[in-house]
Write a protein that binds this ligand. Structure first.
Ligand SMILES: *Cc1c(COP(=O)(O)O)cnc(C)c1O
Length: 226
């Protein structure tokens, strides 16, 4: 397995306007450094306790993206440096991010995670909940977050038609929001969808950020990998 070749192959397969988030969860800093040496600067982690020491150990021009379910009580540890939080799945979490961003004297870019998969285990907003959030006075009062778009995870299935349908639905909602009147601190710029198994479909359906782990670093040999 060659991390540099994997990254270059991926980049060749992605259309213009679709960027690569290298998902380095469970992988050691040595492998991240290898990806860094190949030119990759954007890395995704799903656990605060992994992201913080990696941020400390690695070059400071890395953009760290939080892609996994984030507990409110852990936001404070990443607020000073995180570049983008893909996985905002509740209004309460968004309020906590706003609070910690204020303390860190920053505006933290966020994506709202939509529940698009058939499984009910996945976290996320429904379309109605997003519309309600944008109309709420609580959202209007947030001064230290900026919603930059949406994120979604398709159903884990071999059925490409199903996956495409889910990505297409998310893209359709993204475009609908984009052409509607949004609060000043919400914009529809980034659409985060696609992983190793489905990033090609996601890119075809309009993804601007694919989150790819195993196709770069190889399979993860840990139980707790989601
Ligand atoms: C692990 C993970 C990925 C990457 O998964 P791969 O199949 O290894 O590409 C993408 N998104 C999220 C939210 C993840 O947790």
């Amino acid at each position: 397995m060659n991390i540099k070749n994997n990254i270059n192959n991926l980049l060749q397969n992605l259309p213009a306007g679709c960027a690569l988030v290298a998902v380095s969860k469970t992988k050691p800093v040595e492998q991240i450094a290898e990806a860094y040496a190949a030119g990759q600067r954007v890395f995704g982690e799903n656990k605060v306790q992994e992201m913080v020491p990696k941020h400390e150990a690695l070059p400071k021009d890395i953009a760290w993206h939080m892609i996994g379910h984030l507990q409110s009580n852990k936001v404070k540890y990443i607020a000073p440096f995180v570049t983008l939080i893909h996985s905002v799945d509740s209004a309460r979490l968004l309020e906590e991010i706003d609070k910690q961003a204020a303390k860190a004297n920053r505006i933290i870019p966020c994506l709202l995670q939509l529940h698009i998969a058939e499984e009910d285990t996945k976290f996320g907003f429904s379309e109605d909940e997003v519309l309600q959030l944008f109309q709420s006075t609580a959202f209007a009062g947030l001064k230290h977050i900026q919603v930059q778009g949406l994120m979604g995870m398709a159903t884990l299935t071999e059925d490409e038609g199903q996956i495409r349908k889910e990505f297409h639905g998310l893209k359709t909602f993204f475009e609908k929001l984009k052409s509607s009147a949004l609060p000043s601190h919400a914009m529809m710029k980034e659409l985060s969808m696609g992983m190793s198994s489905d990033y090609k479909i996601a890119a075809e359906e309009g993804s601007t950020l694919v989150r790819v782990g195993s196709a770069i670093f190889g399979e993860r040999h840990y139980e707790n990998q989601k």
